[in-house]
Design a protein around this ligand. Structure first.
Ligand SMILES: O=C(CO)[C@H](O)[C@H](O)COP(=O)(O)O
Ligand SMILES: [Fe+2]
Length: 225
């Protein structure tokens, strides 16, 4: 995790019957994005902690767990036990966000809060200084293959300003509808961790898809520097 940008393929869009092969094909990425959906916070069901443990062992890349669950206060520890390197829980679901952030950090993982598209970044004001990462959802959570919501760019710029005011620089992850086509403007707006599900696993050459996203993001970083 040393580069200026991090690429995180979402295995939500992988071929589950060939998962170890799929993980090998995305080994040039920086993180494996692992979408946990509980059928309650979002209208879809995916993976649990045992699956995360298996993915972490098979991949070797750090696992970036995105918990789309109604009860993060109860289940976050299970994903830490399973080996998550980054844990994002949703602001909209957490009862005790500060306590959860401390738990994640005490366990040696990076702590992140995810925001739905309709949740303003201002809600992070009291806790921003404690976060290792902020996950800005650029689609409504629950499904892969959706269209990037354009107002996310404004939200990212607002988050950047807020971070500058606080004198902090957490990672800023964007999730939903990211591809080589739009990653430059998303980078220019302030993001540096890019989740890509369908853009990577929908491509015949996963490594080339990752390289294209990375190249466009890195070019945008050098332009803004
Ligand atoms: O959290 C998610 C959906 O809730 C996924 O990480 C995201 O949708 C990735 O898929 P795509 O890149 O195809 O939009
Ligand atoms: Fe996600």
């Amino acid at each position: 995790m040393s580069d200026s940008v991090l690429i995180a393929p979402s295995i939500l869009s992988a071929d589950y019957l060939r998962l170890s092969d799929e993980l090998e094909q995305v080994s040039s990425a920086d993180l494996i994005h692992f979408d946990v959906m509980d059928g309650h916070f979002v209208p879809n069901l995916t993976f649990g902690p045992d699956m995360l443990r298996a993915v972490a062992a098979a991949s070797g890349l750090p696992v970036d767990a995105h918990l789309m669950v109604s009860n993060p206060d109860e289940v976050t520890e299970k994903y830490l036990d399973a080996g998550a390197s980054i844990v994002s829980f949703h602001y909209e679901a957490a009862l005790h966000a500060h306590r959860l952030v401390q738990l994640i950090k005490d366990r040696g993982a990076k702590a992140s809060i995810a925001l739905n598209p309709a949740t303003p970044v201002s809600v992070l004001e009291p806790i921003l200084d404690d976060l290792d990462m902020v996950l800005v959802m650029s689609v409504n959570p629950g499904f892969g293959g959706q269209t990037f919501i354009e107002s996310t760019l404004r939200k990212l710029r607002r988050l950047r300003r807020m971070c500058d005011e606080h004198g902090v620089s957490p990672l800023v992850e964007v999730d939903g509808g990211i591809s080589a086509r739009n990653v430059a403007e998303v980078t220019a707006s302030g993001a540096n961790v890019f989740v890509a599900g369908s853009a990577v696993f929908g491509s015949a050459d996963r490594a080339a898809a990752i390289a294209d996203i990375r190249a466009n993001a890195v070019a945008a970083v050098s332009k803004t520097a």
